[in-house]
Write a protein that binds this ligand. Structure first.
Ligand code: PAF
Length: 297
């Protein structure tokens, strides 16, 4: 199937309601749609996702709708950014629900290619960002950011978006994408959107649904412990991240991959709060890898 339009369920016989969303499974369908919009002088926003959508993704769509005439969301579980095949296999796939959420949120198009569309036989190019890709998550997930940089470069070029929207939860990913766009002169504005949190402050993530109820309760301690560490770092406590690491271990996070203060610009270690910096954490709980970050503002 190359192209589908999802009409509003409440208006089954309408010719083409305002809420119709184009669903493109191949590149030519999407580029034809984009060419039409461009010819009409409309601006285009892109929200790349891997599906399993939650409210955090929908706030990206909302941000894109506020700043662009037409919004494309993409759903593609990108195999080349998974360093662990088990993680790829377990990644939740909820395409029908996701499409319905996007349609209700007001997305104009959904690009949902499969792996052979994105990586046809003979595909041989990798986008690699030196330095920043090997920090933090890069040190624990070999090749992950090459996979992200490669797929996002493709999505930006296919969609010809004026703006692309990414959550700050994956702050390192956001900085890597900014580097790619600057270095390769891709004509797009990269817009970072604040982390969306649950009512108990746990950062929203598609992985949270894999936590047992008990682990979910423990996970909610993460932002509170991070907040306390940020506060003590701000007051000049040099042991703040070491203390956080120990506190997370005591709560049952195992292993704690990193708990560290880094400069926002290049993710180099931050020794104090004199320049814009953030606390970054990656830790496992109940077999689920959780990440979060908080600004030291
Ligand atoms: O953040 C994600 O969901 C993915 O890394 C992205 C940006 C969609 C690339 O596959």
């Amino acid at each position: 199937m190359s192209d589908t339009t999802m009409p509003d369920a409440a208006m089954p016989n309408a010719a083409m309601p305002d809420t119709a969303m184009i669903v493109a499974h191949d590149i030519s369908t999407l580029t034809a749609t984009v060419a039409r919009w461009r010819a009409e002088g409309l601006s285009i926003g892109l929200v790349p996702t891997m599906g399993a959508l939650h409210e955090g993704h929908l706030t990206l769509v909302e941000a894109a709708l506020a700043r662009c005439d037409r919004v494309i969301a993409s759903i593609f579980v990108n195999p080349i950014q998974f360093d662990n095949q088990d993680d790829l296999a377990k990644y939740p796939r909820t395409a029908d629900e996701d499409a319905e959420h996007l349609r209700k949120a007001g997305a104009h198009a959904l690009f949902m290619p499969d792996a052979t569309v994105m990586y046809p036989a003979g595909f041989a190019t990798t986008v690699h960002v030196k330095g920043v890709s090997s920090e933090l998550c890069g040190a624990f997930r070999p090749g992950h950011f090459d996979g992200v940089a490669t797929v996002v470069t493709k999505l930006l070029l296919i969609s010809r978006a004026d703006r692309a929207f990414f959550g700050e939860k994956d702050f390192q990913q956001l900085q890597i994408i900014r580097r790619v766009v600057a270095d390769l002169n891709i004509p797009v504005d990269i817009v970072g959107c604040p982390i969306k949190r649950e009512s108990d402050m746990l950062a929203m993530s598609s992985r949270n649904r894999r936590l047992s109820p008990e682990a979910r309760r423990i996970a909610a301690r993460l932002p509170a412990l991070m907040r306390a560490a940020v506060e003590s770092f701000r007051q000049g406590d040099e042991e703040s991240s070491a203390r956080l690491r120990a506190a997370l271990g005591a709560e049952g996070f195992d292993p704690v991959e990193y708990a560290t203060f880094r400069q926002e610009a290049d993710l180099a270690p931050a020794l104090d709060a004199s320049t814009p910096c953030r606390l970054f954490v990656a830790a496992w709980l109940d077999g689920v890898r959780l990440i979060d970050n908080m600004p030291v503002a």
